[in-house]
Design a protein around this ligand. Structure first.
Ligand SMILES: Cc1cc2nc3c(=O)[nH]c(=O)nc-3n(C[C@H](O)[C@H](O)[C@H](O)COP(=O)(O)OP(=O)(O)OC[C@H]3O[C@@H](n4cnc5c(N)ncnc54)[C@H](O)[C@@H]3O)c2cc1C
Length: 521
C-alpha cells in the first residue's frame, strides 16, 4: 500500500479516546462510505475505534490508511480550509466524530493532546505539499506576473498546489485557479482564492479596534496574544501568510525551550492558535497601504478599499529578502530561483545541482535541508571565510551532509530559458552548472508605505530615544509602535521579535492610559 511519506500516524491513548468520546459522537460507517471528500467545506475530527479508512487523492490514488486508535485530519481542521483529500471506509468502521469548534476548545485545554494533534497536522500538511496533483491548480505562463504572484502566495501559505505553465485558452486572463472540487476562478486576487477556500476573515470596509497589528510574523503574533489576553480588541492584518519569515524557516534551533529545535511552521501555527484562543482576529491577505496619524485614532488603509481606525498601531512588518542584482532574475523566480526552501522545493531539487547563495545561518540551514533531500548542493558566499558569518554548528552540518562551500563567489549572470535555470557565471568568469538557485542575501525592511514615520538611512523604523518618543518601542508618531525585524537596531531573531511584540503591548496600555488621562483634563 503506498504511504504518504512523513504523514505521521501516531496512536491515541485509551484516555485520549475517552476524552474525545465525551466531547464528540460515536458513529459507524460501512465499507465504501465516504466520510469526507475533496472540495468539502469542512469535516469533523475523526478518531478510529475499530475498522480502517483510506485517504485518497482526487484521482483515487491511495495515500495512507488509518486503523484503530489512529485519527484523520490535517491542518485544514484548524484553519477551516477546503478539504484536499477524500476519506473512504475500507473496513467496517466505528469512530468518534468531534466537530471542529469542539476540537478547537479541547486543544486549548489539553496540552498533550494539542501537542500530538498539532505536530501531526503540520507533518501531514508538509507531506501533502509533496504530492503532485493535490490542492489548487494554477494555470498560467511563467511570463505572467499575476501567475507567479499566485504561485508564490500558495507556496508561502503552505497550500498544496500544482502549476500548469500553459497560457489559459482563448482570451482568458492568467492565472486560472481551480479549487479542490472543481470551482474555477479567473484572474482572482489572492484574497479571493483564500476566501473561496474557506479561510480568512472578511473585514468590514471600516473596522474600529483598540490595537491594530500590521504583520503576522513572530512580533505581530506575540503582540496579538498579549493584546487580546489583556483585554484589548486586537486585529492583526497580514499581506501574505500568517507566520512571517519565521514560518518559512525549516528549523529554528535557538528558540528558548526547544532544545531539539522547532520548525518555523509549527512555532507560528501554535502562535496563531494561541492568538485566536484569546480572541485576537487575524485577517489575511490584507496589505497595509498607508498610515494616517490621527488624534485619538490612527487610520490604516488596506488593499481592496478597507480601512482600520485604531487607538494604537503596532508596525511588525519585518523585512523582505534581498534580490540578486543580475539581469533576467525575475524570469526564473518561482520556477528555479527561490527565497525559501520547504518540502516542495526539496522534492523538486532531489538529485539536481543546486546553489544556495548567502553566508548567514538561513543559507546554511537551507543548504543542509536540501542536501538531506538528495540535492547536490554548493554554497556560494562572497567573504573569505564562512566562519565570519555562519554559526559553527551549521558549518559542521554542511560538512556532514556533503555541501560544497565556495568562498569569494558572487554571481554575475544567469543562463537558461523559459524560467529554467541551466548555469551561472561568477564574477571571476567561471561558469557553473546549476538547475536551481536559493537566495539568502539578507533583507530590506517592509516600510516603503510608511512615509509618516521616521526611519533610518536603511529604511528601518526609529523608535524610543532615536525617534524622540516617550516609550522604548514608540515611533515619532504618538501611539504608533514598532517591533521585530522592521525596527531600527533590532536583533534579527525570532526570540527578540517575540519579546518586542509582547513588550509593545505594555507600552500600548501606557499610551492608552496617557490619552485617557489627557482627555479627562
Ligand atoms: C529561512 C529563515 C531562517 C531563519 N532562521 C532563524 C533561526 O533559526 N532563529 C532565529 O532566531 N531567527 C531565524 N530567522 C529570522 C526570524 O525568522 C526573524 O527574525 C523573525 O521572523 C522576525 O519576525 P518579525 O515578526 O519581526 O517579522 P517577519 O517574520 O518578517 O514578519 C513580518 C510579516 O509582516 C508582513 N507584512 C509586510 N508588509 C506588510 C504590509 N504592508 N501589510 C501587512 N503585512 C505586511 C509580512 O508578510 C510578514 O508576514 C530566520 C529567517 C529566515 C528567512
Amino acid at each position: 500500500m503506498p504511504q504518504l511519506p512523513g504523514s505521521g500516524s501516531p496512536l491515541l491513548s485509551t484516555s485520549q479516546l475517552e476524552t474525545l468520546a465525551g466531547l464528540g459522537e460515536e458513529r459507524t460507517a460501512a465499507v465504501g462510505d465516504v466520510l469526507y471528500r475533496v472540495g468539502d467545506a469542512s469535516y469533523p475530527f475523526i478518531a478510529v475505534v475499530e475498522g480502517e479508512v483510506a485517504i485518497v487523492d482526487a484521482g483515487g490514488n491511495e495515500l495512507v490508511r488509518h486503523g484503530p486508535s489512529k485519527f484523520l485530519g490535517e491542518l485544514n481542521l484548524l484553519s477551516g480550509q477546503t478539504v484536499f483529500v477524500t476519506a473512504v471506509v475500507t473496513e467496517p468502521l466505528r469512530y468518534i466524530a468531534v466537530e471542529r469548534e469542539a476540537l478547537r476548545s479541547l486543544l486549548f485545554e489539553d496540552g498533550p493532546l494539542s501537542d500530538l494533534l498539532l505536530s501531526t497536522f503540520i507533518a501531514r500538511r508538509e507531506a501533502l505539499q509533496t504530492v503532485s496533483g493535490l490542492g489548487i491548480e494554477i494555470v498560467g505562463p511563467h511570463s505572467s506576473e499575476a501567475t507567479v504572484r499566485m504561485v508564490e502566495f500558495a507556496r508561502s501559505n503552505r497550500l498544496p498546489y500544482t502549476w500548469d505553465e500553459t497560457s489559459p485558452a482563448g482570451s482568458a486572463e492568467a492565472p486560472i485557479v481551480r479549487l479542490p472540487g472543481g470551482v474555477e476562478l479567473h484572474a482572482p486576487s489572492t484574497g479571493q482564492v483564500l476566501r473561496a477556500l474557506g479561510v480568512g476573515l472578511e473585514l468590514a470596509p471600516r473596522e474600529e479596534v483598540d490595537l491594530l497589528v500590521v504583520g503576522a510574523g513572530p512580533a505581530g503574533l506575540a503582540a496579538a496574544v498579549y493584546g487580546a489576553s489583556e483585554g484589548l480588541n486586537t486585529l492583526v492584518v497580514e499581506s501574505t501568510a500568517l507566520g512571517g519569515q519565521a514560518g518559512s524557516s525549516r528549523r529554528i534551533e535557538n528558540y528558548l525551550g526547544f532544545p531539539a529545535g522547532i520548525s518555523g511552521s509549527e512555532l507560528t501555527s501554535r502562535a496563531v492558535v494561541q492568538a485566536r484562543k484569546f480572541g485576537a482576529r487575524t485577517a489575511t491577505p490584507y496589505r497595509a497601504l498607508s498610515l494616517e496619524p490621527g488624534n485619538g485614532r490612527h487610520v490604516v488603509r488596506l488593499e481592496d478599499d478597507h480601512e482600520v481606525a485604531a487607538r494604537a498601531v503596532l508596525l511588525a512588518t519585518g523585512a523582505q529578502y534581498r534580490r540578486l542584482p543580475v539581469e533576467g532574475l525575475e524570469g526564473y523566480e518561482g520556477t528555479t530561483v527561490f527565497y525559501a526552501a520547504g518540502p516542495p522545493e526539496a522534492q523538486l531539487c532531489g538529485a539536481s545541482r543546486v546553489a544556495v547563495v548567502g553566508g548567514g545561518n538561513s543559507a546554511g540551514q537551507a543548504a543542509v535541508w536540501l542536501a538531506r533531500g538528495g540535492a547536490l548542493v554548493t554554497l556560494l558566499h562572497r567573504r573569505a571565510d564562512l566562519r565570519e558569518t555562519m554559526s559553527d554548528y551549521l558549518i559542521r552540518e554542511l560538512d556532514r551532509y556533503g555541501v560544497a562551500v565556495r568562498d569569494r563567489s558572487e554571481i554575475a549572470a544567469l543562463h537558461g530559458r523559459d524560467g529554467h535555470l541551466e548555469a551561472v557565471t561568477l564574477k571571476s568568469g567561471e561558469r557553473l552548472t546549476f538547475g536551481f538557485l536559493f537566495l539568502f542575501l539578507g533583507a530590506v525592511p517592509c516600510t516603503h508605505w510608511l512615509d509618516e514615520v521616521a526611519r533610518d538611512d536603511d529604511g528601518f523604523i526609529l523608535t524610543g530615544p532615536g525617534a524622540n518618543a516617550q516609550y522604548l518601542l514608540e515611533t515619532d508618531v504618538t501611539g504608533v509602535f514598532a517591533a521585530g525585524d522592521v525596527r531600527s537596531g533590532s536583533t534579527k531573531r525570532c526570540a527578540t521579535a517575540v519579546g518586542e511584540g509582547s513588550m509593545a503591548v505594555q507600552l500600548v496600555h501606557a499610551h492608552l492610559g496617557r490619552t485617557a488621562a489627557a482627555a479627562r483634563r
